[in-house]
Design a protein around this ligand. Structure first.
Ligand SMILES: *Cc1c(COP(=O)(O)O)cnc(C)c1O
Length: 469
């Protein structure tokens, strides 16, 4: 592809993207396709000779797009959002054109310095105290893995990387059953082992870790000769928005010298609104915090911000400095690849800079406040409908509900059928989880383009389809 062709097809892609966003409302939210249908339309091997861009682009529209679930759709109410505000897409076009490798300061000084700045913008926006710095990771999973590795190295006096784990004291990490599976995986990958992830009992409206149970577990482990290393608290769990009492847990962690990591991957974005910060009060006592601007805030996927109180511990855990990476003569500068597991790094700060400037914090707050208010309104409307039960009340914009089957023993199957029928209908997209073993349907509002009418459509789709089952 020569320069002129590149210009032509970049324009075509931009045009396509704008048309796509404008016509999203008319498309079914979830891909209406069966497994294998798309694969069957793709050649079994790569072509030997070049093919014309016209044909490639046409196939993209014909084969790929109909097999997509539309995450930017205004009536995407499933999982959690993965917003890509148009302005962050524009930033990504630019990043993509430059295709820089931002591993060291000198491999892209602007990327490094902007990253430091936007992280500090976000620190202030979230109401975190001075003293937290951070790094942009690809995902919350990577940030949590880095945090768990830091817990491990800190507890082993920085000997884990060197000596391996055999012959070391048995490490223990504490969390609840409300945390995301990325925590389990971090425990596996770090070599700590699932049996050493201690699930502390929960209670109360937000399924919070019981601080006295945490205290007892740490003491019992110490008595048994284990080595407690850290605690992972959750603010806004993936299932139904579970929230630990960070303040109480931080006090226990501190008392025992344990590292505290807070996973607020989804809910963190809402903390730009001061009135929601009670959900993570005490967070300023954490050693690290992760939140994903690529979820609710609107930064094109991927973009996960990992705040740390003490970057030295993280760098001591992860940095390798071979001769060829040394940035001679530039002492005191930041090389963000020393803060993450991967060496190579995309330029992720640009889309945050564009996003925060184009919308302003007030614009983003207004969006999040709307989502929370609309979700609460939908929950109370559904609660007043015969046969509907709100199982977990809204935590920010996430709640769960269930529809009563004629025979109560059929409830699980009935709600799965209802969910399937809703998603086949295509107007909205929802997902399920389990609460106390029972199937419930989750609802969250978090899309950039969602309007109040879309919530009305959700109400009509849910109640209408349930009535027809
Ligand atoms: C989404 C989510 C994660 C995982 O995020 P990735 O960026 O996909 O790794 C972890 N924890 C919580 C609470 C989440 O909502």
């Amino acid at each position: 592809m020569d320069g002129e062709e590149f210009r032509k097809w970049s324009r075509a892609a931009a045009e396509w993207g704008a048309d796509y966003r404008q016509t999203l409302r008319e498309r079914p939210v979830r891909a209406q396709t069966r497994p294998g249908e798309i694969a069957a339309l793709i050649e079994p091997a790569a072509p030997e000779n070049p093919q014309p861009m016209e044909a490639i682009f046409e196939d993209f529209e014909k084969i790929i797009v109909p097999g997509m679930t539309h995450w930017q759709h205004p009536r995407f109410f499933a999982y959690f959002p993965a917003n890509a505000a148009p302005v962050s897409v524009v930033a990504e076009y630019l990043v993509s054109a430059m295709a820089a490798q931002c591993m060291l300061w000198q491999t892209s000084p602007a990327a490094t310095e902007l990253e430091t700045k936007v992280i500090d913008w976000l620190r202030q926006a979230l109401g975190l105290p001075d003293g937290f710095s951070g790094v942009i990771q690809d995902s919350a999973s990577s940030a949590t893995l880095s945090a768990v590795l830091t817990m491990r190295e800190r507890a082993l006096e920085w000997q884990g990387n060197r000596q391996g784990l055999s012959g070391q004291p048995r490490l223990r990490i504490y969390s609840t059953d409300q945390v995301h599976t990325s925590i389990d995986r971090a425990i596996w990958v770090s070599g700590i082992g699932e049996e050493n992830l201690v699930r502390i009992a929960t209670g109360g409206r937000w399924h919070s870790m019981k601080p006295e149970a945490l205290e007892a577990a740490i003491e019992a482990d110490r008595a048994a000769g284990y080595c407690p290393a850290g605690v992972i608290a959750c603010v806004g769990g993936t299932s139904v928005g579970g929230c630990d009492d960070v303040e109480a847990i931080a006090a226990t962690a501190r008392k025992h010298g344990l590292y505290l990591h807070v996973d607020a991957a989804w809910a963190g974005s809402a903390m730009i609104c001061p009135e929601f910060r009670h959900f993570w009060s005490g967070v300023e006592e954490a050693d690290s915090i992760v939140f994903n601007p690529h979820k609710w805030l609107g930064a094109q996927f991927d973009c996960s911000v990992h705040f740390v109180r003490d970057p030295e511990s993280l760098v001591k855990t992860l940095a390798i400095r071979p001769e060829f990476l040394k940035t001679h003569g530039h002492d005191g500068i930041v090389n963000y690849s020393e803060w993450t597991v991967p060496l190579g790094r995309r330029f992720r700060a640009l889309k945050l800079w564009f996003l925060l400037r184009a919308h302003g914090l007030e614009g983003l707050r207004a969006m999040i406040r709307n989502h929370v208010a609309w979700s609460e309104a939908l929950a109370s409307r559904l609660a007043s409908q015969p046969g509907f039960e709100i199982v977990t009340e809204p935590m920010l914009s996430l709640f769960s509900f269930r529809h009563q089957a004629r025979d109560e023993r059929e409830n699980d199957a009935h709600n799965l059928r209802l969910l399937e029928a809703i998603n086949d209908d295509g107007r909205i997209y929802l997902t399920q989880t389990r609460v106390e073993g029972k199937v419930v349907i989750r609802f969250q509002a978090g899309q950039f383009e969602t309007r109040r009418e879309d919530i009305d459509t959700a109400f009509e789709a849910i109640t209408g389809i349930a009535a027809g089952l």
